[in-house]
Design a protein around this ligand. Structure first.
Ligand code: ZN
Length: 288
């Protein structure tokens, strides 16, 4: 509902001033060479915005294919360069703030997920030669528990289970990889991530989409969408129910912006609304 409302509002704005809007969005490509590759502050987030406009607002050709291809090429180029520099076994490797992050918000899971969502703009050889082997390398880095470390050679132990770092951000990536490559191993890893999230329970960081319970609920929703097995919907409902009530003293990580989508109240409302139509629910600013 919220994403539909967002798309509708953007449509109204964009159809009123379409040339201005696309011009502004497309002009941001001037920042490409100075931007990191990750989702929250970088090229992958820009790629999401371009894909979102083409899918939900203007139709396929509002943002020209060549423009989207340039962004993809830039992400691949820095991934190849950094991999060579680091002599990595992964054909693509990206860094942010001097670390090779693995998770959805700042790391490789988020970048690979966005590249796979943009696969119609790729040639098949690049997907098979670079994206898929990078994905397989990344998935092999997981802990024996099934969770993922936050970054390469991370000194922290197996403790972060939240969308931005750890298993929850890998669920949509693995589900999409299962659809694209038709290999059951990816769905198996996605299901293992779901079990990790359930076993670790409610995040002590609180309700947030980024690093809290509402974001983790989306992993169960995504597994339900992929498998239609009620257990995943049940788990999502349990997490959502917890988020629906204010529980003083449980949110140990106080949000910088308590009303925001990614850290605050709007995220919980977004989840509650998405649960009413859970087969169409999408993690905002991540899943197209
Ligand atoms: Zn976070």
């Amino acid at each position: 509902m919220f994403s539909k409302l967002l798309a509708y509002c953007l449509k109204v704005i964009c159809f009123s001033v379409p040339n201005y809007f696309t011009f502004r969005l497309m002009s941001l490509i001037s920042l490409l060479n100075d931007s990191p590759d990750e989702l929250l502050y970088g090229k992958s987030g820009y790629l999401y915005a371009l894909l979102f406009v083409n899918k939900h607002i203007y139709g396929k050709e509002a943002i020209p294919t060549s423009h989207i291809e340039k962004v993809i090429e830039s992400i691949l180029k820095s991934g190849k360069q950094f991999s060579t520099q680091m002599k990595s076994e992964s054909p693509l490797l990206w860094q942010w703030h001097d670390k090779v992050y693995f998770g959805a918000a700042h790391g490789m899971a988020g970048i690979l997920y966005m590249l796979l969502q943009a696969r119609m703009y790729f040639n098949v050889i690049e997907i098979r030669s670079f994206v898929k082997p990078t994905l397989d390398w990344l998935l092999n880095q997981r802990y024996s528990s099934g969770n993922f470390q936050s970054s390469l050679e991370s000194s922290s132990s197996d403790r972060l289970v939240q969308w931005c770092h750890g298993a929850p951000g890998f669920v949509p990536l693995c589900i999409l990889a299962h659809q694209v490559f038709e290999d059951d191993k990816y769905l198996k890893i996605a299901l293992q991530c779901g079990d990790v999230i359930w076993q670790r329970g409610l995040s002590t960081k609180g309700y947030s989409m980024c690093h809290g319970v509402s974001g983790n609920a989306y992993a169960f929703i995504q597994l339900y969408q992929a498998t239609k097995k009620p257990i995943h919907l049940y788990r999502a409902c349990c997490f959502m129910e917890w988020c629906a009530v204010e529980r003083p003293g449980t949110e140990l990580h106080h949000p910088d912006r308590p009303a925001s989508l990614f850290e605050g109240l709007v995220g919980r409302l977004y989840l509650a609304e998405d649960m009413t139509n859970n087969l169409d629910a999408k993690f905002p600013a991540f899943c197209l």
